[in-house]
Design a protein around this ligand. Sequence first.
Ligand SMILES: NC(=O)c1ccc[n+]([C@@H]2O[C@H](COP(=O)([O-])OP(=O)(O)OC[C@H]3O[C@@H](n4cnc5c(N)ncnc54)[C@H](O)[C@@H]3O)[C@@H](O)[C@H]2O)c1
Length: 329
Amino acid sequence: MRILVTGGAGYIGAITARHLLDSGHEVVVVDSLERGWRESIDPRASFVHAAVGDASALDAALPGCDAVMHLAGLIEVAESQSEPGAYFDANVVQPVRMLDVMVRHGVRDIVFSSTAAVYGEPESVPIPEDAATRPVNTYGATKLMFEQMLDAYGVAHGVRSIRFRYFNVAGAWPDGTLGEAHDPETHIIPRILQAMASGQREFEVFGDDYPTPDGTCVRDYIHVHDLAEAHRLGLERLGSGGARGVFNLGNGHGYSNLEVVRACAEVTGVDVDVRVGPRRPGDPAVLVASAERARDDLGWEPTRGALKTMLADAWCWHTAGKECSSGIG
Ligand SMILES: NC(=O)c1ccc[n+]([C@@H]2O[C@H](COP(=O)([O-])OP(=O)(O)OC[C@H]3O[C@@H](n4cnc5c(N)ncnc54)[C@H](O)[C@@H]3O)[C@@H](O)[C@H]2O)c1
């Protein structure tokens, strides 16, 4: 298949594009480079330097494509609270323009990167796909809104979609050649590993008074390579008229922030002192996925689901390949 991957210069998009190419698909990357990295774009892919709302660029890029994998967007919760207009524009308005171009060219299959943030503060965990969606921040609200647009375009124009609600994505391409490079970085694992790699001796966790066993937030981590594989499976089944709708992507196991810090120390052999700072607004206490649907309907089997595997692969990336222990297996 020929797949247009938006956000293919970002963390997850670049790794997903590489995995699709390795699996024999053709890839066209569309990215504005406002947050991504040109050097992350796979040289085997065609590259269109454009925003997803740029209808004329998409008019030129879409003919010949079988499907769209839409990963582009703005992803920072705190920034979404202070800059809501930018988030509604990047995550809803521009992608809706892209849907119109897709419909015009008869490209009706789309896999969308949604997020556990659509659930907000869950009533219970693990969270199934039919749990209530009550986002507690603008980022989650914009992702949910685009999911709703996909429903509307399904009814009106026959658009077929998969929305993957990712829990916490972690890890790197297992030889350390592609990984997470957000600027600023707000995700806990790369923040800890950056601190360890740069010799910092202290690490701040946000709050220790949550209703969890050790008081710190609990999250479900998924390896970015397992995530890319779910995208490939979803795309291939969507194309053959199979699976559609919402799928959680996680491992169904929660780790507290303190457990993650300890696991990082074990994997890297570097210790840091934990300092407890204030809570970060908009952080639910516990987010753990029920991801049975992806396993049952897509045949998805994560192979790098152990937290220490994710940390080892991410450490390999953060040390530029110097400290690596694993390969794709
Ligand atoms: N990283 C996570 O843990 C996580 C969790 C849940 C959901 N997601 C979703 O996964 C997707 C990818 O996340 P990521 O961590 O790779 O982010 P990222 O910031 O690394 O990559 C996003 C890419 O999108 C591009 N982009 C942003 N706005 C654009 C626009 N309007 N037009 C074209 N390109 C644009 C950026 O330049 C960047 O290359 C996002 O949609 C995000 O909401 C990520």
